[in-house]
Design a protein around this ligand. Structure first.
Ligand code: SF4
Length: 242
């Protein structure tokens, strides 16, 4: 059986130590017709690259309620230029991992599987390195760490949503939109790091961190604080009703 026949069938699970290499020849075919998912850290990296706020970025460069990069003519990513990726130093994790996808489950831990390549891709697959050396070259680890933190946060939000019913707080309805990949108009406010952090720090008279990783930490802290506050409100309401 030829290599081409098994590429992208998702049957082989790689670990970080697995033999793998990929040489991109910048054909840009993988930058078309893809849902390039974004978390707030990735939005903030891209906004910083463009010198704009995350609020502006979410308005102008995203779709799917702020959770994916906007696509333009012929399904091309909004940042694809004739010279290649226009935001290469700050491109999102899925672009760094391509042609691999990363999956984390409680049963199997972290795994990487090959995605279905474009039939005319010019990328070259090989076994000259390992998945880890590939990740290192892509400078993927800070993005993986951020993704894991936001996935954990989303888990806490979803748990709160399911535990209390979606009608009791606007933020929970917004989480539901994201979970369902809703096409509802507008972007959930909590995805907007700059706005959320500015409000949180302003209310507490704290300086807004300039370092992005610190801003992400405060962003997650702000959302968790909102959950605690809403939980308290919910308990008070239940107490008054009961
Ligand atoms: S961000 Fe860059 S690498 Fe990723 S899809 Fe867009 S143009 Fe391609």
């Amino acid at each position: 059986m030829g290599d081409e026949l098994v590429r992208g069938t998702m049957t082989v699970a790689y670990r970080r130590g697995s033999a793998f290499s990929y040489t991109c020849h910048a054909c840009s075919r993988c930058c078309h017709d893809k849902v390039i998912q974004l978390n707030p850290y990735e939005v903030a990296r891209l906004a910083q690259n463009l010198g704009i706020s995350t609020t502006e970025f979410l308005t102008h460069y995203t779709e799917r309620s702020g959770t994916a990069l906007r696509r333009v003519e012929a399904g091309a990513c909004v940042f694809l230029t004739p010279q290649g990726c226009g935001v290469h130093p700050d491109r999102p994790l899925v672009c760094r991992l391509y042609p691999l996808g990363r999956h984390v489950t409680s049963e199997r831990g972290e795994e990487f599987r090959e995605l279905l390549p474009h039939p005319e891709t010019e990328g070259e697959y090989g076994v000259a390195g390992t998945v880890q050396t590939f990740l290192d070259r892509q400078e993927a680890d800070p993005f993986i760490e951020a993704t894991d933190q936001y996935v954990e946060l989303l888990g806490r939000l979803v748990a709160a949503l399911h535990g209390r019913g979606k009608a009791d707080a606007a933020v929970m309805q917004e989480v539901q939109h994201v979970v369902d990949e809703s096409t509802a108009k507008g972007t959930p406010e909590w995805l907007d790091m700059d706005r959320t952090v500015a409000k949180y720090c302003g209310d507490r008279r704290l300086p807004v961190p300039t370092d992005l990783r610190e801003r992400m930490r405060v962003h997650i802290q702000a959302i968790d604080a909102g959950l605690v506050e809403q939980s308290g409100t919910h308990k008070e309401e239940a107490h008054e009703r009961g």
